[in-house]
Design a protein around this ligand. Structure first.
Ligand code: SME
Length: 152
């Protein structure tokens, strides 16, 4: 299966998981789990905005940093810019926070309440270089939009 086909197959599962469950933590936990299971990513998880900084939320994978300041690392940059960031090689990203030395590339997608209002970010790390592209961005942004819809 191509990556797009795997995401297409995943979407109905995600919608079913979110259906009828308004709790953000429960939904983040299951989204992290299905993404981790489907793609065998190194690390999949959420950082939640709390008083202007990112605090570790539900995740699957190795132990991670608990707090990330706005503007710091890839997660903090996605939070500050309120947009998805794809990093093909984490060593080339100035200020990358190396929670795990096995992480080689990553994508961070903001969960938006409105175009500038970030509630949380979804961070996915891969142990291979250049693992993420526009296909990931499009589907992950869609999944987070669905996630936001059930919160309001
Ligand atoms: N790589 C992230 C830090 C979080 S961990 O990888 C789980 C960053 O630079 O924002």
């Amino acid at each position: 299966m191509t990556k797009a086909q795997r995401y297409e197959a995943l979407l109905p599962r995600v919608l079913a998981l979110l259906s009828g469950e308004p709790d953000m933590i429960a939904n983040m936990a299951n989204i992290a789990s299905v993404l981790h299971e489907t793609f065998a990513f190194l690390w999949v998880g959420f950082y939640i905005v709390r008083q202007g900084e990112l605090v570790l939320g539900p995740f699957q994978g190795p132990v991670a940093c608990t707090r990330i300041a706005r503007g710091h690392g890839v997660c903090g940059a996605a939070y500050a810019q309120a947009k998805t960031i794809i990093v093909p090689d984490v060593e080339q990203f100035p200020g990358h926070i190396a929670c795990n030395p096995l992480s080689k590339s990553e994508i961070v997608v903001p969960l938006l309440a409105s175009p500038r209002c970030v509630i949380a970010v979804l961070d996915i790390d891969s142990d291979t270089l250049n693992a993420f592209d526009d296909t990931d961005r499009i589907y992950l942004e869609r999944i987070l939009q669905e996630c936001y819809k059930v919160l309001c």
